[in-house]
Design a protein around this ligand. Structure first.
Ligand code: PGA
Length: 260
């Protein structure tokens, strides 16, 4: 059986950057520049920019989403935001379990698992992040850690639910450091994630689930990473803040065509 042709995704994660005005003008300029790209273009923007950015992106290839949410429907949770509110603002997806959330805000895999289930239930697409720290990497524990995270964050999900989930493998040692995983290391970890998905959910889900790579993605390394069989997309932090570098990454496919 051949490799399934999974749709590819390029996702920008702005983290805590950009005002409404900056976000709207970025989206306005981005839309015509990525019109002919074959891949799906997603942008995870700050909460305040979701509505205006989604309005600007309407009818285009660009899909707007959020970077976090709470697992409760509503309630006395000062400073938190619910799935329904994100959808109301125009978000179509949400990043969950990013290593910065795990590290700075002490989010556990169990909490992330509840958020993933809530996001699916409310109709959002969930981008679930996993990845080992540099100490774990050096101790040769990458697979063990990623398996633990995948097993706990996807606990209780079935094949149907997985149609609303994408995984992003983001080695913490590669995030914001300029120290990208080599395409070979990334591919090996992606194959491993697929093996775990087969155990945790089933074989079908392991085949159709998109597994993205994140961690110091740049225009210079995007193409090589995307050429790997099991890399179905990229989660781009720092390089998504500049229109020029993000567009270069998104259009890596077009570059490939011109080259060959
Ligand atoms: P980076 O961030 O591209 O700046 O390394 C990636 C991420 O945290 O999603």
């Amino acid at each position: 059986m051949g490799v399934p042709s999974r749709e590819k995704f390029i996702i920008g994660n702005w983290k805590m950057h950009k005002t409404i005005e900056e976000a709207v003008s970025f989206v306005a300029e981005l839309v015509p520049l990525v019109q002919d790209c074959h891949d799906q273009v997603y942008l995870a923007v700050p909460f305040t920019a979701i509505h205006p950015a989604a309005e600007k992106a309407k009818g285009s290839r660009v899909i707007i989403g959020a970077q976090n949410m709470n697992d409760a429907s509503e309630g006395a949770f000062t400073g938190e935001i619910a799935a329904r509110m994100l959808i109301d603002a125009g978000a179509q997806f949400v990043i969950l379990g990013h290593s910065e959330r795990r590290h700075y805000f002490h989010e556990t895999s169990e909490f992330i698992n509840r958020k993933v289930k809530k996001a699916i239930k409310e109709g959002l697409q969930a981008i679930v992040c996993v990845g080992e720290t540099s100490a774990e990497h050096e101790a040769g524990k990458s697979q063990e850690v990623v398996k633990e995270q995948l097993t706990a964050t996807l606990a209780g999900l079935d094949e149907r639910g997985m149609h609303q989930v994408m995984i992003s493998y983001e080695p913490v040692w590669a995030i914001g450091t300029g120290d990208t995983a080599t395409p070979e290391i990334a591919e090996e970890m992606h194959q491993f994630c697929r093996k775990v998905l087969a155990e945790v959910v089933n074989e079908a889900a392991a085949e159709f689930t998109q597994i993205l790579y994140g961690g110091s993605v740049r225009p210079e390394n995007a193409k090589q990473l995307m050429e790997q069989t099991d890399i179905d997309g990229l989660l781009v932090g720092g390089a998504s803040l500049s229109l020029e570098s993000f567009v270069k990454i998104v259009n890596y496919c077009t570059q490939k065509e011109t080259i060959s």
